[in-house]
Design a protein around this ligand. Structure first.
Ligand code: 9MR
Length: 450
């Protein structure tokens, strides 16, 4: 595949150790022995991202955000209304938090978004501005925000949602005040403020070939012809169950053929609630189809979900009666949709129909020590003896175990059943515990059961 500086960076990062978030003493996530999506993505030359809420980036949410994804998009934190609620008074707290977290986890950040008609501060929306004033306000906003994060943002959604469904321009504050040139000017100002950031126009309902995506296509063609800086298009992909457009891949390809990168920027696939096994299976197929379309086109560089857990999605509050749109359920368990993404990225077909898996939990933690608990459970399979193995990621050591016989060599831990608990029946589980030592960090390892 063609290799941009960013994709070379992500390839380099593929070899880097992913360090999980420092655990609190509370419950920690069930860790299945699945290859993280970010690693599968790297092997295919794709960056795999999620939108996040900064205040949630701890515990299980933080652990999954940090280990499964190689890109973060602030769901709201970088919008104008968030960063400058009062004219001249800035609040970068959440945006900084997300960028810092991303850097600590070897992740890219997609900046979202500089020019939009929604989530602007009241002082801006309610003001009366001459075109010259409006233009200066917009330029200053772009200079300030892009400049603040210069060198730390892989790509900016510079202009968000400029089109109506029929492909005409949306009559926004910007279009009405400045005419269509607001788009070219915003891109130029963003380029000037951070020459290394990739610059995108991002919209929804442009995933298939249709009037709206034709308008986007015509716009970016003309921008490129005129020498306006534009690096990519973002196809948001807020989809409905069973309705992945059949022309998705063809549409990605035509933008790629213009010499642009394409990112799937806000993928979610909503269904009527309650969910059931049939809907979740369809959702898996849909996530797999979207991911496969991106995998098939080299210049589709990033696939980002708009929230990775159903407990952090915009869908339920916006579409009453609909939801369950993301790859993880509200308890942070991967749904079939997760495995749809994973399979399209070349991961193993999971969850296995019959399997025994381990859940590793830190049940308590103090200054230098912690207690861990591992549950081995079987479904559609059974064991007459077992061994759980993992590799500690931050120098932890098992000091004492019960209900298993554990040995450790370097970072590698191996725990075999005790004489009395080797049997795990189909539908049943056993557990063992241990005390360990840690310092600096105590990330949750991935446990394999054999
Ligand atoms: O996820 C965002 C949600 O928390 C906000 O309430 C909403 C307000 O418009 O914006 C959501 O994100 C939107 C994104 O910024 C642009 N594309 C559509 C997304 C879903 O509305």
């Amino acid at each position: 595949m063609r290799s941009s500086p960013r994709s070379r960076l992500s390839a380099l990062l593929a070899g880097a150790v992913t360090v999980g978030a420092l655990l609190t003493a509370t419950a920690t996530p069930a860790q299945a022995a699945d290859t993280p999506l970010r690693d599968l993505g790297t092997a295919k030359g794709k960056v795999i991202g999620t939108a996040v809420t900064g205040s949630k980036l701890t515990g299980t949410y933080g652990d999954l955000a940090g280990t499964q994804f190689s890109s973060l998009t602030p769901g709201n934190a970088m919008k104008w209304g968030s960063v400058e609620p009062t004219r001249g008074t800035f609040n970068w707290t959440e945006a900084d938090q997300i960028v810092d977290f991303a850097e600590a986890h070897n992740q890219q950040v997609r900046g979202h978004t500089l020019v939009w008609h929604n989530q602007n501060p009241n002082w801006l929306t309610n003001g009366t501005w001459t075109p010259a004033q409006l233009s200066t306000l917009l330029q200053n906003h772009i200079d300030t925000e892009v400049g603040r994060y210069k060198g730390r943002i892989a790509a900016w959604d510079v202009v968000n949602e400029p089109f109506n469904e029929d492909g005409t321009y949306r009559p926004t504050l910007w279009y009405n005040g400045l005419g269509v040139d607001y788009i070219a000017n915003a891109l130029r100002w963003a380029r000037a403020a951070d020459p290394d950031a990739k610059l995108y126009i991002n919209d929804y309902n442009v995933e298939g070939v249709n009037a709206k995506s034709n308008a986007l296509y015509n716009l970016v063609s003309s921008l490129k012809q005129r020498g306006v800086p534009i690096d990519g298009v973002g196809l948001q992909a807020h989809l409905i169950l069973g309705q992945v457009p059949s022309s998705f891949q063809q549409n990605i390809q035509r933008f790629a053929d213009l010499g642009l990168d394409v990112a799937i920027t806000e993928l979610d696939i909503r269904m009527n609630l309650p969910s059931d096994a049939g809907k979740l299976a369809q959702q898996k197929a849909d996530y797999k189809a979207v991911t496969a379309a991106c995998v098939a086109v080299a210049r589709c560089v990033n696939l980002t979900v708009w929230g990775f857990t159903d407990s952090d999605s915009w869908v339920e509050s916006t579409f009453p009666g609909e939801g369950a749109a993301t790859p993880y359920d509200a308890n942070f368990q991967p749904k079939p949709a997760y495995y749809g993404i994973s399979e399209a990225l070349g991961g193993t077909s999971n969850p296995p129909t019959g399997a025994c898996r381990a859940t590793y939990t830190v049940t308590s933690q103090w200054n230098t020590g912690f207690t861990g608990n591992v549950v081995i459970s079987c479904s559609g399979a059974a064991l007459s003896s077992w061994r759980a193995t993992w590799t500690f990621g931050a120098g932890q050591a098992v000091t004492q175990a019960w209900n298993a016989v554990c040995t450790q060599s370097g970072a590698a831990v191996s725990c075999a059943n005790a004489s009395y608990n080797g049997t795990v029946p189909d539908g049943g589980s056993v557990s063992f515990g241990f005390n360990g030592s840690w310092s600096g960090g105590n990330p949750v390892p991935v446990v394999t059961v054999t």
